[in-house]
Write a protein that binds this ligand. Structure first.
Ligand code: NAD
Ligand code: MG
Length: 398
């Protein structure tokens, strides 16, 4: 079920805003844009995981009403940092969900991983306009999440640059005239590495993305190309197309952010420099447009745009994601949860880079498809997959 709708709403009034995950990479870019156009926004709530100093500084700077830290042990620190400012402090997972329930016009969903699911769902359920950066919740709970969006008449505006690009060139009134979506991928930092040298790569090399500056988890996902696999599943849920209609094309310069091909062979693309402030500004101002300070595209300087097919041997994550999408039910939930565990083990505990996809594949093979009919089902599968993936990573690390 596709959950994106064409543009119709009025955007003239000041927007009240919640930023879930304001201390992260997408969150900081969102705050940067809000700070540059203070007349357009009134910030109600900001949330972070444990970076109290940055959260308090942001809250003071944009004049937020409430700041929420997910890590309960940091509550007193947050309270002290906000003392005398009039900004309310709260902490814990429940407070995070309650923050998303506050009646703001617009919510940025930029918490990384499955932790973003519960608060994003609350924003959806109250019918907010949600700028959706968190891709894991759409992968992990796609069908369930889309039913909630449709039922609540909420609106998702994609923030992921590829989906923002597609959103901007997709003819929602004539989806049957669309032949395919072409998701572009930079290929990540290891695009040109041979398979045998990939066993050796370090977390520092994996997070050094050639074009985009992003959080650690998504940077590793870009290096394995699991990011594109998650985006394939994300695109399937966001747009009214089948999985066979979504192609992946490696485009190392990250200038064309994705394309839509029509039945008359016309291909529409959205282009720009690789700066997340452009798709974030698109979502923040939607259906209007607002200024973004992103560097302007100078095609004469870039001169050449190149393209290649993705390599399924060095980057098996793409195949696994497509398999998970085709199997459906619990398979994407297992893919996402086991990937989160494996990426974390790679970043922190010395799991090998190529072992990330192995852990995901093995977890998927041990967990046959189940139907997911409730959020509890999603959480149960997510938990099982994390347990199995943890056992597998522990066995590999030794
Ligand atoms: P990040 O790691 O830089 O930031 C994540 C944010 O979530 C931080 O504010 C952190 O405090 C918060 N957080 C982390 N764990 C949490 C938990 N357990 N409970 C509550 N809050 C928690 O990540 P990012 O790069 O900003 O990415 C955020 C999301 O956007 C991810 O889902 C990512 O896939 C997606 N995304 C990011 C980019 C990008 O350019 N960074 C692009 C497209 C999509
Ligand atoms: Mg992307």
């Amino acid at each position: 079920m596709a959950v994106i709708k064409p543009v119709t709403a009025d955007n003239s009034a000041e927007r009240s805003v919640t930023v879930l995950g304001s201390t992260g990479s997408v969150g900081c870019n969102t705050i940067d844009l809000i700070r540059r156009s203070p007349e357009r926004f009134r910030v109600d709530t900001l949330t972070g995981n444990n970076n109290v100093e940055l959260l308090a500084q942001q809250a003071i700077e944009v004049g937020a009403a409430l700041a929420v830290i997910a890590d309960e042990s940091r509550y007193q620190d947050l309270k002290s940092a906000l003392a005398g400012t009039g900004i309310e402090a709260a902490a814990g997972r429940r407070a995070l969900v309650e923050a998303a329930m506050r009646p703001t016009d617009w919510v940025m969903a930029a918490i990384v991983g499955a932790a973003g699911l519960a608060p994003t769902l609350e924003a959806v359920r109250r019918g907010a306009v949600v700028g959706l950066a968190n891709k894991e919740c759409l992968v992990s709970a796609g069908e369930f999440f889309c039913r909630e969006v449709a039922g609540a008449d909420a609106r998702l505006i994609p923030v992921d640059s590829e989906h923002s690009a597609i959103y901007q060139v997709f003819d929602f009134e004539r989806p049957e005239r669309i032949e395919k979506i072409i998701l572009t991928a930079s290929g990540g930092p290891f695009r040109e590495r041979t398979l045998d040298t990939l066993t050796e790569v370090t977390p520092a090399e994996a997070v050094a993305h050639p074009n985009w500056s992003m959080g650690a988890k998504i940077s590793v996902d870009s290096a394995t190309m699991m990011n594109k696999g998650l985006e394939l599943i994300e695109a399937f849920h966001l747009f009214p197309v089948s999985s066979e209609q979504i192609d992946i094309l490696v485009h190392p310069q990250s200038v064309i952010h994705s394309m839509v091909e029509y039945v008359d062979a016309s291909v529409l693309a959205q282009l720009g420099t690789p700066d997340m402030r452009t798709p974030i500004a698109f979502a923040l101002a939607w259906p209007d447009r607002m200024e973004a300070p992103s560097p302007r595209l100078k095609l004469e300087d870039i001169a050449t745009l190149s393209f290649e097919a993705p390599d399924p041997v060095r980057f098996p994550a793409l195949r696994l994601a497509r398999e998970a999408l085709d199997i459906g039910g619990s398979a994407p939930t297992v893919l996402n949860a086991s990937n989160e565990i494996a990426v974390n083990a790679f970043l922190k505990n010395g799991l090998g880079f190529l072992d990330i996809a192995k852990v995901v594949e093995e977890t998927m093979s041990r967990m046959p498809r189940q139907n997911l009919s409730s959020l509890e089902d999603v959480y149960a599968v997510d938990e099982d997959a994390r347990r199995i993936a943890t056992e597998l990573t522990d066995a590999i690390i030794g």
